[in-house]
Design a protein around this ligand. Structure first.
Ligand SMILES: [Zn+2]
Length: 104
């Protein structure tokens, strides 16, 4: 099993743009320079805006946040949640996505 160092994880995060990673799992729309998608983490409670494009993905901060249920995190969080996997698996998934080779 591959062990990832802190530096590896920093590099892997740098090379996996959060907006591109979101697009693997969800439909992302760019509106006025900002990226939005439907939030997969809360149930639609019937309000018009409840699920529709309420999740904001910041390319600048490489973070996401849902304005409805407050789900938030970074590129690793979204992979863990969408694939229902551990952090190690999420790191591995993103490393393979960019053909990342560990330092050691
Ligand atoms: Zn939500």
């Amino acid at each position: 099993m591959t062990a990832y160092s802190y530096n590896d994880i920093v590099e892997i995060q740098k090379k996996n743009d959060i907006v591109d990673v979101f697009k693997i799992f969800l439909e992302v729309i760019n509106f006025d320079g900002m990226n939005w998608c439907e939030c997969p983490f809360h149930d639609d409670d019937g309000f018009v805006m409840s699920r529709a494009k309420v999740m904001y993905i910041s390319k600048e901060k490489q973070k996401f946040r849902c304005y409805h249920c407050n789900a938030n995190g970074d590129v690793f969080t979204i992979v863990m949640k969408m694939r229902n996997c551990t952090l190690t698996d999420a790191v591995k998934f993103l490393a393979e996505r960019i053909n990342y080779v560990c330092e050691v």
